[in-house]
Design a binder for this molecule. Structure first.
Ligand code: 6PG
Length: 242
């Protein structure tokens, strides 16, 4: 794992730095493999990044969009990560519809939806038996509690290691989420973290003695590059960053 930590003045600087990192990796992936595969994060932090990406000129017909997690609501729901990304970015660029691969949330049982998406990804990537595909870039945030994607503290999803996709659980509310082992296959994982409310979680995530079950973002140790883009408000007071 090749870890990079950048502390930046504010959220705007995080977005601009993330934009450049994504554009560089997209151009390289397309040049090397003919496509760029990216999984999006939800929540509030990445929305201005998606709006900035909508203004870029990339070979959009070579870009494939996934989500690292999804609330178990229809894409039209205000909480939908898919809905937010489509409104901020994807509705404004000509990515072929079949290259936008949202997490299904229409099965009565979220476990069926997770299994269906798991199979959809296996069919799409055709990884050798017993291996997991490697996305080019996975965007993540962290909650104040140290969760990432929809891998919440003490949830069953934290121990799932034989699948790409599983069911997350936030206070009894179902989510669909990539598993930690699948995230860790990525060539690049990029965390965007802004705001003082993240300080306590960051302290535990970056400490040598934190508990992965309590702070699930600690589980993310990708085989490729790990980038943390933090603003000073989030990084302030984090011992390992002083
Ligand atoms: C989600 C996200 C989640 C998010 C963090 C941070 O579906 O909510 O995927 O993991 O990244 O909760 O959210 P903010 O960016 O709003 O702080």
């Amino acid at each position: 794992m090749d870890r990079h930590i950048q502390v930046l003045p504010d959220k705007g600087a995080i977005i601009q730095t993330a934009l450049q990192l994504i554009l560089e990796r997209a151009q390289a992936a397309i040049a090397q493999r003919g496509r760029f595969t990216i999984a999006l994060a939800g929540g509030g932090t990445p929305k201005p990044l998606y709006e900035a990406l909508a203004q870029q000129s990339l070979p959009w017909d070579k870009v494939w969009i996934f989500w690292g997690d999804e609330r178990y609501v229809p894409p039209t729901h205000p909480d939908s990560n898919e809905g937010m990304a489509r409104q901020a970015w994807l509705n404004h660029v000509p990515i072929p519809a079949e290259q936008i691969v949202p997490m299904p949330t229409d099965a009565d049982d979220p476990a069926i939806a997770a299994q269906r998406h798991n199979q959809q990804l296996l069919d799409l990537f055709q990884p050798p038996a017993g291996t997991m595909p490697s996305l080019d870039l996975i965007l993540l945030g962290i909650g104040d509690d140290g969760h990432t994607a929809s891998l919440f503290p003490h949830s069953a999803a934290l121990t799932v290691s034989d699948r790409l996709v599983t069911v997350g659980n936030k206070d009894g509310q179902p989510r669909i989420t990539f598993t930690a082992p699948f995230i860790n296959q990525a060539a690049t994982v990029l965390f965007l973290v802004a705001g003082a409310s993240k300080q306590a979680a960051l302290t535990e995530i970056f400490s040598d003695t934190g508990d992965d079950a309590v702070y699930p973002a600690r589980l993310i140790r990708p085989q490729g590059e790990l980038w943390w883009l933090l603003d000073t408000a989030a990084a302030q007071g984090v011992p390992s960053l002083l």
